[in-house]
Design a protein around this ligand. Structure first.
Ligand SMILES: Cc1[nH+]cc(COP(=O)(O)O)c(CN[C@@H](CCC(=O)O)C(=O)O)c1O
Length: 306
């Protein structure tokens, strides 16, 4: 295949990339009844290592819980499968996509006794929003599509079906010439990006929406919060950020496994700060990349070496 990866782990065994298929009457395909993770393996100074694998794996099982979805493998089995996949494919810097979903059986909305299928794929994946984005930042728009409330669909469960909301917002932004969207929640306050959490710096203090704002409890978000606090910053990690505050922000940036730490330089064509990556953003971005390159020995427990 085009990504030069030969195998995928599917339901307990390694299969050829082209044979990793499902039936067209798969429950998850019709009803969005799947949960997934996005995880990165980095080729660090100490060798290739998966970043915060334990937290991602834990979130996968937690995401399945609201849907009564029993993942038919233990955490150890999925860990062993993932490590073996990366070793077989000699993937040292890659993106790992575990997914669990209700499979082929009955087609009522109720999953009945449909099987829960599990697959783990990995492939090389560069900068999510483009190489320049990390240094130059991105231009975003406030989407006309709102984030669903967590009381409607649990936004802290990384559910495949949720991503139609992300697609609607992100594609509206790109259709209008922007790189990405900012999605407000139904109260009209800032939630997050379609595939990222969001941070604001104002007068030297750091703000990021809390779970009550209908967001995903991002692992990169939590990493950056810890790095910022380690550096003495005051971080308001349960903030409510109104739409109006965005214009007066000194700095904004996205965080995510795929997005890493991506500065936001304009919102709806209004410059944020001086319209380039802000100094605090740069400091935290550098701290993040030093951490994952193992320039620092801190947080060794966050690294699962191949
Ligand atoms: C809605 C959403 N919010 C926040 C985040 C950041 O969470 P974390 O990765 O734990 O820091 C992600 C990850 N988005 C994943 C999927 C991206 C995709 O296009 O697919 C990712 O970054 O892997 C989201 O999808």
């Amino acid at each position: 295949d085009e990504m030069d990866v030969e195998t995928i782990w599917q339901d307990g065994s390694f299969v050829d990339w082209d044979d990793a298929t499902v039936h067209v009457l798969t429950h998850g395909l019709h009803y969005g009844t799947g949960v997934f993770e996005g995880v990165r393996c980095y080729d660090t100074q100490n060798g290739p290592a998966i970043f915060r694998w334990d937290e991602h794996l834990e979130r996968l099982y937690q995401s399945a819980q609201p849907y009564d979805m029993e993942i038919p493998y233990t955490r150890e089995e999925l860990t062993t499968a993932t490590l073996e996949l990366l070793r077989r494919e000699k993937l040292e810097s890659c993106y790992i996509r575990p997914v669990a979903f209700y499979g082929y059986g009955s087609l009522g909305v109720s999953p009945g006794d449909n099987p829960v299928d599990v697959a783990i794929a990995a492939w090389p994946w560069g900068a999510y929003l483009g190489e320049e984005a990390l240094t130059k930042g991105v231009e975003v728009m406030i989407s006309s599509w709102r984030k669903h409330a967590s009381s409607q669909i649990p936004t802290n469960a990384k559910t495949t079906g949720l991503y139609v909301n992300s697609l609607l917002a992100g594609e509206e932004a790109r259709r209008n010439g922007y790189t990405e969207a900012i999605v407000l929640n139904k109260e009209g306050n800032v939630a997050e990006g379609p595939g990222e959490n969001i941070f604001m710096i104002r007068d030297g203090e750091i703000y990021t929406p809390g779970l009550s704002e209908s967001i995903l409890d991002g692992i990169t978000r939590n990493t950056v919060i810890e790095l910022a606090r380690d550096r003495g910053y005051t971080v308001h990690d349960r903030a409510t950020i109104s739409r109006g505050e965005l214009n007066t922000a000194d700095e904004l940036f996205f965080t995510g496994t795929a997005a890493e730490v991506t500065p936001i330089r304009k919102v709806d064509n209004v410059e944020i700060g001086d319209g380039s990556r802000g100094p605090v953003t740069e400091e935290l971005q550098q701290a993040f990349f030093d951490l994952i390159d193992r320039e620092t020995s801190a947080h060794e427990e966050w690294f699962t070496y191949l």
